[in-house]
Write a protein that binds this ligand. Structure first.
Ligand code: PMP
Length: 365
């Protein structure tokens, strides 16, 4: 009977010791999508082309899984830097998805009382990480057209002196691209680290990567998740070596596993397939925007991502109607006042998109 807390159930022990703000949370819910057309998670709908698949299979077959991976992930970093034209002289940090890098960056800057500033609505994990680390979260509402409210953002920077700013470029879940001049104004107004999160860069024709050498407080965050490799979980951060050296201290020693490292090298040996799939997704997006825009009572909001946000008369009804037709999208209604009656639809394969369009047409009738 040694070591047993007498008379207390696990629930009582949990209540006594787990932080109340953690107990108040619900765990991140990933919707089950068995047998559904899955248009809810911004995945690339296309499988790997045969040549890339063959390179991957061959490379994975050679991984010595009895050994720890290369802690520095040198080969994967070199492959990534070369294939994605990461400017020479910059620091590069890999993560288990960009989610992990958000956690590392936030932990590094979260001293007591320090503020994180984020426009809202934006990617929810920024706020979650502020909560995990005890940072003060300062949300600045976007304009009604989802643009960055430059005056309100600069005023909040002046008032709150954030050590960390997250700007998703383009933004999730709104899909639009903030004006580059607004981002530069933020970079100039703060001494805090500004993370420009380019998860959707492949669909945006815009990037701050070249500006990393210009702004000493800029970190560009990216991921392979939206360009066909969500399953391998690989995100990367580019910033001045002085930032990366500090962030590297928070990284778990083997955060990128050996299979992922080998996969990165194999899959990025030729990147034409990534560009081709991204181009196909952009073309399909244009068709979706045009066709959804013809539906009665439907507004299509501007997007530079691999998803389309629409505003309809009754998002809850439309979401349920799609679900009964085995199509899963994201219902944004209730997330934030600016997202009232909005649905977020990931661009799928041409066939999936046609099924979505005919289901929407039926539901709008
Ligand atoms: N940043 C943004 C803006 C995102 O939308 C997402 C995924 N939804 C991520 C980061 C995380 O991506 P991952 O962890 O798959 O790299």
């Amino acid at each position: 009977m040694t070591g047993r807390a007498p008379g207390l159930a696990a629930e009582e022990l949990v209540a006594a010791v787990v932080r109340p703000e953690i107990r108040a949370l619900a765990a991140y819910a990933v919707a089950k999508a068995e047998g559904m057309i899955k248009l809810d998670a911004m995945e690339n709908p296309y499988p790997l082309p045969a040549a890339a698949r063959a390179r991957l299979d061959e490379a994975l077959g050679r991984v010595p899984v009895n050994r720890y991976p290369d802690g520095a992930a040198d080969e994967a970093r070199t492959a990534l830097a070369h294939a994605l034209r990461i400017p020479a002289g910059q620091g590069l940090l890999l993560g288990n998805g960009s989610d992990e890098l958000i956690q590392i960056i936030t932990s590094a800057l979260a001293r007591a009382g320090a503020a994180m500033l984020v426009p809202e609505p934006s990617f929810v994990m920024y706020r979650m990480n502020a909560l995990y680390t005890g940072m003060r979260f300062v949300g600045v509402p976007l304009g009604a057209d989802f643009s960055l409210d430059r005056a309100a953002t600069l005023a909040a920077i002046e008032r709150e002196r954030p050590v960390l700013v997250y700007l998703a470029y383009p933004n999730n879940p709104t899909g639009n691209l903030f004006a580059a001049s607004d981002i530069e104004a933020v970079l100039n107004a703060t001494r805090g680290l500004v993370v420009v999160d380019e998860a959707y860069y492949a669909f945006a024709d815009a990037t701050f990567l070249p500006q990393v050498s210009e702004f000493p407080n800029l970190l560009v965050l990216r991921t392979l998740s939206k360009v066909g490799m969500a399953g391998i979980r690989l995100g990367y951060a580019v910033a001045a070596p002085a930032w990366i050296a500090e962030l590297n201290k928070l990284r778990q020693p083997y955060n990128v596993n050996a299979l992922t490292q080998a996969a990165v090298v194999a899959l990025l040996a030729d990147t034409t397939w990534i560009a081709e799939q991204a181009a196909a997704i952009r073309a399909a997006r244009a068709r979706l925007e045009a066709e959804l825009g013809k539906l009665p009572g439907t507004t299509v909001l501007p997007t530079r991502t691999n998803f389309v946000v629409i505003r309809v008369a009754d998002a809850n009804g439309m979401f349920e109607g799609l679900r009964t037709r085995r199509i899963l999208v994201k219902n944004l209604h209730g997330w934030h006042p600016l997202l009232a009656n909005c649905l977020r639809i990931t661009v799928g394969t041409p066939m999936e998109n046609e099924m979505l369009l005919s289901a929407c047409a039926e539901l709008c009738r």
